[in-house]
Write a protein that binds this ligand. Structure first.
Ligand code: 5GP
Ligand code: MN
Length: 336
């Protein structure tokens, strides 16, 4: 953040305000961790602050300190709309375009609040009075730490806030292994552990709470894994029936796409997941090196994200989506 942005934020927060904090739809560890940590800070310094998530979040995040107070937009529309209408300031975290909040986007777009964006995705939209956007950052949680640092407020980070921020940095960096992990990331992490984040316990909460049926579903996903060696590409499919047969719960397929990318020689991996209720195929795309899945998802799947991790959707059937995907790949032969 530049000094003028810091001043703007300081002015916005200089008197008690009603504040709403919003993560993206289908919030992940970074989205929930960053919003909950910021919410706790804002309450501590005297504001009325509420996290409103566009929709529900996975069970493995339902231990995060403060999560009980999160309002879910699509199941509490009236209360959520009221809060948004009352808000003087709205922080949008871990996304950079209202469309990433689903139906909630229309409500946000009509708000007269001052928006502050904190985000690390590419191509931010221009809706905020302060746009703190840095695509080189490991995570929005790391950015919230730097945001607090810019406000001289890292001494306010208590064990709850530290746990929230640690969670998002850990999940967005694949446990500190993706290239976005820097020496600064580790310094931030060191401070968070010193402030009370139980690193080992958090890892267990997130990664060691699998159900038997989820592991069976992983087995199906791995059986469905297909490799296209000439494009250094691997993909996985999961049909609605396969999900239903394994008592699918939100979050159960998180990380499955990485198995494709773990194959020797593969630099592009995709998982296609059928969602009959929304009549879409939801896709997660991952890459290694310079191949931009952000560009690929934007060009073909109304999606986006980062260079090496993006999401998107297809309105075709699962079979048609796969056929179309395979037909696109030759255009990218020189990049793959
Ligand atoms: P995931 O595959 O884990 O859902 O998402 C990977 C990355 O892409 C995340 O940073 C996520 O925020 C972003 N992302 C996922 N789905 C979409 C989408 O439909 N549109 C855009 N713009 N970004 C997405
Ligand atoms: Mn993130």
């Amino acid at each position: 953040m530049n000094s003028s942005d810091i001043k703007t934020v300081q002015t916005l927060l200089s008197t008690p305000k009603s504040i709403v904090i919003v993560p993206h739809k289908n919030p992940d560890g970074d989205a929930m961790g960053s919003t909950l940590a910021l919410c706790k800070y804002l309450i501590k310094i005297g504001h009325k602050a509420t996290v409103i998530a566009p929709n529900d979040y996975p069970h493995f995040l339902k231990w995060l300190p403060g999560h009980e107070d999160v309002l879910i937009f699509n199941s509490s529309i009236i209360a959520a709309k009221e809060k948004i209408e009352e808000a003087h300031v709205i922080f949008t975290l871990d996304f950079n375009d209202f469309s990433r909040t689903g139906d909630m986007g229309e409500v946000l777009a009509t708000s007269n609040a001052d928006f502050v964006m904190i985000d690390h995705h590419q191509q931010p939209s221009d809706y905020a009075v302060v746009t703190y956007s840095d695509t080189s950052m490991s995570s929005t949680c790391e950015m919230v730490y730097h945001f607090l640092d810019a406000l001289d407020a890292t001494d306010q980070i208590d064990a709850d806030m530290a746990s929230c921020l640690y969670t998002g940095i850990m999940t967005d960096t694949g446990s500190f292994r993706f290239p976005s992990t820097t020496a600064t990331t580790h310094k931030v992490i060191a401070h968070l552990i010193a402030s009370g984040a139980d690193n080992s316990g958090i890892h267990r909460n997130i990664y060691d709470t699998n159900s038997y049926s989820k592991l069976q579903l992983l087995g199906v996903a791995l059986k469905n894994l297909r490799v296209l060696p000439e494009y250094k590409t691997a993909y996985i499919t999961l049909s609605q029936k396969e999900l239903d047969d394994h008592k699918f719960q939100k979050g159960d397929t998180e990380g499955f796409v990485n198995y494709g990318l773990s194959l020797k020689g593969i630099i592009f991996a995709v998982i296609f997941i059928e969602n009959k209720a929304d009549t879409i195929i939801k896709m997660s795309l991952r890459s290694k090196g310079d191949f931009s899945v952000n560009e690929f998802a934007r060009a073909h799947y109304s999606g986006g994200g980062h260079t090496n991790a993006a999401g998107g959707k297809s309105d075709l059937s699962l079979e048609e989506t796969i056929a179309q995907f395979i037909s696109i790949l030759p255009r990218y032969k020189d990049k793959l």
